[in-house]
Design a protein around this ligand. Structure first.
Ligand SMILES: [Zn+2]
Ligand SMILES: [Zn+2]
Length: 445
């Protein structure tokens, strides 16, 4: 077995929300310095890969970019997503045993429909990677474990109806932190019930409770799901010095977590303690990936201190673990009609707030219920407030959809293109790898 670890760095020098924003290029520069200083790239089993550009088709296989692609995407975003793909390709070709895309801008708050920057994210690097791997190499069952302190609401949204993608996120409770979601009752839609698992945690969780949750909940679920690929949405903002959140995890905790999860591919998410956390956490994670001793990586701020967790926190973690494990084990016995109604289509309405530019999207999402596949999804979307945006209809046909759902999605696109209900209509046809708009539809394709 080739036990190499692949790394790609992309600090995105020319992209930032504003010069003093916490999500800025220094996030990766200190890490890169630390890795050079420690001589990690001198190890024969740690290889550096070049950053790459993702293609427009890679983005549109995953997202609807509204009102237009050009409003959402910059070159930095293409390179962050493309670098995750570069690691994915190297992993598939068995050049590496595992790999870590150390890139920014991050992606896990970018939803299926994206209008631009939300929670520092425009497009979802992990989701783009998943759709690339499925389209190019025909992988089917993939697990995404999100270890960022914020709920990975974008990734959850993209795969909420997909029975082949397991999404597990632990995060600081949404009542105390952005984006305010990720509660235990968010478990996936009617075609994928139980393949979304959220573990909201109180402020103050440290290494021991986290290891308990991984050992007693996440690892048994992974073993049961049997994914072909494990992707880690690797956010480092659970660190005890992070300025945006309130957790107590250390570099050692992150390294042990990585060793236990044994992910195939990691994609960097958040982490905003640029000097006190990121260089140490990332170094320890890379050592764990490469099978090296990481026990010497101690943050100067920690020194000989011990971060003690309260009994209440540990008790809470035990309770939520047993609750979620029992939901996971009994998910097939749940009466879905009681939860989602008896109709052929299940609809939910969402208001999505874009915190960078302060606007709100009104969205209605409808999925065709199906026991054979994820069902096609249709969205009606527009912006509220003072912004004028066209009312858009977006239809997504999942890659492993059954013939009935595929045909139903195509028929809806045909019939709506001949009507005037929407100003914009898009079809994301994953099995045919096509992205069509009403404007380029002339009766057939
Ligand atoms: Zn985060
Ligand atoms: Zn179907």
């Amino acid at each position: 077995m080739n036990k190499s670890t692949g790394l790609v760095f992309f600090p995105a020098f020319d992209w930032s929300i504003s010069p003093t924003h916490p999500e800025r290029e220094e996030r990766l520069l200190y890490t890169r310095d630390q890795i050079m200083e420690e001589g990690l790239l001198d190890f024969p089993n740690i290889k550096e890969y070049k950053a790459q550009l993702a293609l427009k088709e890679d983005i549109l296989r995953t997202h609807f970019c509204l009102p237009a692609y050009e409003n959402v995407i910059t070159e930095a975003h293409l390179i962050a997503a493309g670098s995750a793909i570069a690691i994915g390709k190297a992993w598939h070709e068995k050049e590496i045993f595992n790999g870590f895309a150390l890139v920014r801008p991050p992606g896990h708050h970018a939803l299926h429909i994206t209008y631009g920057n939300r929670g520092f994210c425009n497009i979802n690097n992990e989701a783009i990677l998943v759709e690339f791997l499925r389209k190019k190499y025909e992988y089917r069952k993939i697990a995404i474990i999100d270890t960022d302190v914020h709920h990975g609401d974008g990734t959850q949204d993209i795969f909420y109806h997909d029975p082949d993608v397991l999404f597990v996120s632990f995060h600081q409770d949404g009542r105390t932190l952005f984006p305010g979601s990720g509660f235990i009752n968010e478990l996936g839609g009617p075609n994928a019930f139980g393949t979304t698992l959220n573990i909201p945690l109180p402020p103050g969780v440290g290494d021991n409770s986290l290891m308990y949750i991984i050992d007693k909940l996440i690892l048994p679920v992974l073993k049961d799901f049997e994914p072909e690929i494990i992707i880690n949405s690797a956010g480092q903002d659970n660190h005890f010095t992070d300025p945006l959140a309130n957790m107590n995890v250390t570099a050692q905790g992150y390294a042990r977590l990585t060793e236990k999860l044994n992910p195939d591919i990691l994609v960097l998410e958040g982490g905003y303690a640029v000097e006190t956390a990121l260089p140490y956490v990332n170094l320890a994670i890379i050592l764990a990936l490469a099978g090296k001793d990481f026990t010497g990586v101690i943050e100067p701020q920690l020194g000989n201190k011990k971060l003690i967790e309260s009994k209440d926190i540990m008790k809470y973690c035990e309770t939520i673990t047993s609750k979620l494990l029992s939901i996971w084990e009994k998910k097939k016995e749940i009466n879905l009609d009681e939860l989602f109604g008896k109709e052929k289509f299940y609809t939910r309405k969402k208001k999505i707030f874009y915190d960078t530019e302060y606007f709100t999207e009104e969205q209605e999402e409808t999925v065709r219920r199906c026991t054979d596949c994820g069902g096609f999804i249709k969205y009606i979307s527009y912006l509220k407030d003072n912004r004028k945006s066209p009312k858009s209809l977006c239809i997504s046909i999942p890659i492993y959809s059954c013939p009935d759902c595929q045909k139903a999605g195509e028929d809806l696109f045909y019939s709506e293109c001949n009507k005037d209900n929407f100003q914009q209509i898009f079809l994301q046809h994953k099995p045919k790898d096509l992205y069509l708009s009403k404007d380029d539809f002339h009766g057939e394709y």
